[in-house]
Design a binder for this molecule. Structure first.
Ligand SMILES: CC(C)(COP(=O)(O)OP(=O)(O)OC[C@H]1O[C@@H](n2cnc3c(N)ncnc32)[C@H](O)[C@@H]1OP(=O)(O)O)[C@@H](O)C(=O)NCCC(=O)NCCS
Length: 180
C-alpha cells in the first residue's frame, strides 16, 4: 500500500518543510480550507500547529501525518484523521492535501490507503468518514479508489474559505476495508 509515498506522524521538526508546502500551495488550497489566520503562514504558526498535532496524537484525539515522497524523501502533503470518537462509534474524519506540483502521481490515493491501514490497524477504529465539495472530483475519485462509499449529500456542512459549503459525505467501515 502507498506506492510512491509513505506517511509519518507530524512533529515540530517538520515545521520548516510544512511552512514551505503551505506557502507554495496557499492559493491552490484556499478554496478547500477553512480561512486561516496570517500567523498560520509563519514558522511559529507551523510549529504550533505541529505541537497541537503531537498533543492530539498523545491524547488519542487525532492522528496527523506528513506525506513523504518515497524517491526524494521530500514532503509532498499532509493527511490526518481528526475528530476521533470512541465508545459505540469508533469513528474519525479524514482530510488531506497533496502539493500542487506533485498532483496526478497517485500520491493522495497512496496516502489515503496508508491512513486507512493505520485507522483500522493500530488506531483500531471502525469507520472513517470524508467530506468532499461537489466541485472536487479528483478528491472524490481518490476516496472511491480506496473503497469509500458515497453516503449522501450534506448541505452547508463545513465552513470553508469563509462560507458554509455543501459536501458529499463518503465513508468506509473496517468490514469493507478488510474485504477490498
Ligand atoms: C485532491 C488531491 C488531494 C488529489 O491529489 P493527487 O495526489 O493528485 O491524487 P491522485 O493522483 O492520487 O488521484 C487523483 C485521481 O483523480 C483523478 N482526477 C484528477 N482530476 C480530475 C477531475 N477534474 N475529474 C475527475 N477525476 C479527476 C485522477 O485521474 C486520479 O484518478 P485515477 O488514478 O483513476 O486516474 C489534490 O488535488 C489536492 O490536494 N487538492 C486540494 C486539497 C483538497 O482538495 N483536499 C481534499 C479535500 S476533501
Amino acid at each position: 500500500v502507498g506506492g510512491p509515498v509513505t506517511i509519518t506522524p507530524v512533529g515540530a521538526s517538520y515545521a520548516p518543510a510544512l511552512l514551505d508546502l503551505q506557502l507554495r500551495n496557499r492559493s491552490f488550497l484556499a478554496p478547500f480550507d477553512p480561512a486561516r489566520p496570517e500567523a498560520f503562514y509563519t514558522l511559529q504558526g507551523q510549529r504550533e500547529s505541529a505541537l497541537i498535532a503531537e498533543a492530539d496524537r498523545e491524547a488519542g484525539r487525532g492522528y496527523a501525518f506528513v506525506i513523504v515522497e518515497a524517491g526524494s524523501g521530500e514532503l509532498a502533503g499532509r493527511i490526518g484523521l481528526s475528530n476521533v470518537v470512541r465508545g459505540a462509534w469508533q469513528n474519525a474524519t479524514l482530510g488531506y492535501f497533496v502539493d500542487r506540483a506533485r498532483n496526478g502521481r497517485g500520491y493522495a490515493s497512496g496516502a489515503v490507503g496508508l491512513a486507512l491501514a493505520f485507522a483500522f490497524g493500530s488506531a483500531d477504529l471502525h469507520r472513517v468518514q470524508a467530506a468532499v465539495m461537489p466541485g472536487n472530483p479528483a478528491s472524490a475519485r481518490v476516496l472511491e479508489k480506496n473503497g469509500f462509499r458515497k453516503e449522501g449529500f450534506s448541505p452547508r456542512y463545513l465552513h470553508i474559505a469563509g462560507a458554509w459549503e455543501d459536501h458529499d459525505v463518503f465513508a468506509i467501515t473496517k468490514e469493507e476495508w478488510l474485504h477490498s
